[in-house]
Design a protein. Structure first.
Length: 412
């Protein structure tokens, strides 16, 4: 544990608007208090390359000459080697060198048809990040791609100090990405129903520096047993084959205004999930799909033309050879242009987001600022606030028109 030094943030030269400061203080991350103990995570996934050269136990991402990637944990005391088609890389050659260094293999790389080449292979030793780890991690299940991870973390409004609940640990890619967003004071509770995968994920988290209380992995079937939490989570993420079965448990585990996200590859899963969210009167329900489109920057051959083409009058005599030049086209043309790649990554999954309703408690559903309870609404079977002109008493006439009240969950 380490104390946050005083005056780290400094003063801004351009003062922020008063309205932004008010909203940030109410809904943003809590400010650090002078002398507050803050957990420090500086190993494994959160290794800072500025802390010094590579040492034993570090997680290193290998970037090879053919743009393929792999990973290794440095074990120089065991004379360990990383073998592949680019030769044998001795772990002792990494220790003492800075990240991003170019490391050469000790044996020649393997050529075509298994023949030994005269050249030695090489790779770059990169410092790990959640994005690089997603590219090289051992797959136990289908993983969530980095483009989807970024959208999920943004829509869940993750920042330092948030408590996140994940159902469906899988290979641990999403838990790693969320842990970086909520560190150092936040927590990620991740649940996996498969005991073997849960134990492998726990061991992997420890080797990557994702230790408790930052990441808390558990073996639990949340669809049948729930999360075992009550009003603790600021955000909930579900990566389950049947996410609609865990929505009631998610509402019980979420705080007021808890953000919810579900990752579903099939549209039939989305339909049943959205139907369940509407039955529970969730707000701001939306489903999106992230499509990554990559462009290639190439040289524009038309930029070599020095002068703009002249306009040809479009009269009857030259009608067959007439051509038009738009005045809006800049000239000379730019030397480079962006062209999309013909092959693009296709569908990954549908992402469903919403804001969960308040937990079922009578005193917490009161919309009044002074916390006085709501009047009796038993005469309204739909569970909605009546309009003021329809109210029969003075107290109900003062009540604001709010969102529909969700039905009480069945007693366990």
């Amino acid at each position: 544990m380490a104390a946050r030094p005083h005056g780290m943030d400094g003063d801004r030269e351009d003062p922020l608007p008063a309205g932004f400061i008010c909203v940030s203080k109410k809904h943003g991350p809590k400010p650090y208090v002078e002398g507050e103990p803050v957990p420090v995570y500086n190993t494994g996934m959160f290794r800072n390359p500025c802390d010094g050269p590579m040492r034993s136990g570090d997680l290193v991402i290998l970037y090879f000459e053919d743009e393929s990637m792999d990973y290794l944990y440095l074990r120089p005391e065991n004379f360990a080697k990383h073998s592949g088609k680019f030769g044998d890389f001795d772990h002792r050659d990494f220790v003492g060198k800075e990240f991003t260094s170019k490391i050469y293999s000790r044996t020649p790389k393997v050529g075509r048809r298994g023949r030994q080449s005269d050249e030695k292979g090489w790779c770059y030793a990169l410092c790990p990040t959640p994005e690089l780890w997603t590219e090289v991690l051992p797959h136990r299940t289908q993983i969530i791609q980095t483009s989807d991870q970024a959208v999920i973390c943004f829509q869940l409004s993750l920042w330092d100090g948030k408590v996140v609940v994940e159902a469906g640990t899988g290979s641990g890619a999403m838990a790693t990405s969320m842990a970086r967003c909520v560190m150092p004071r936040g927590r990620v509770h991740t649940f996996e129903f498969n005991e073997v995968r849960a134990q492998k994920a726990r061991d992997e988290f420890e080797m990557n520096g994702l230790v408790e209380p930052l990441v808390i992995p558990r073996h639990r079937d949340v669809c049948a047993e729930g999360f075992g939490m009550t009003k603790e989570a600021d955000a909930i993420f579900l990566d389950l084959p049947q996410p609609w079965l865990a929505i009631d448990h998610a509402i019980e585990a979420g705080k007021h205004g808890c953000r919810f996200s579900s990752y579903s590859p099939c549209i039939e899963q989305v339909q049943r999930t959205v139907q369940k969210l509407r039955e529970r009167h969730c707000d701001h329900i939306k489903t999106i799909e992230v499509r990554e489109r990559e462009f290639e920057v190439v040289r524009n051959t038309m930029a070599e033309v020095q002068s703009a083409p002249t306009k040809v009058k479009n009269d009857e005599e030259h009608a067959s050879k007439a051509r038009k030049v738009e005045d809006s086209v800049p000239w000379p043309l730019p030397p480079y242009m962006a062209v999309p790649y013909p092959e693009q990554r296709g569908h990954t999954a549908y992402l469903t987001f919403c804001t969960l309703p308040y937990a079922w408690a009578y005193d917490e559903r009161a919309p009044y600022a002074d916390r006085r309870p709501l009047p009796d609404l038993s005469e309204y079977p739909e569970g909605t606030y009546p309009a003021p002109e329809e109210a029969g008493d003075a107290e109900m006439a003062d009540a604001p028109i709010g969102p529909p009240i969700p039905p009480a969950p069945p007693s366990s």
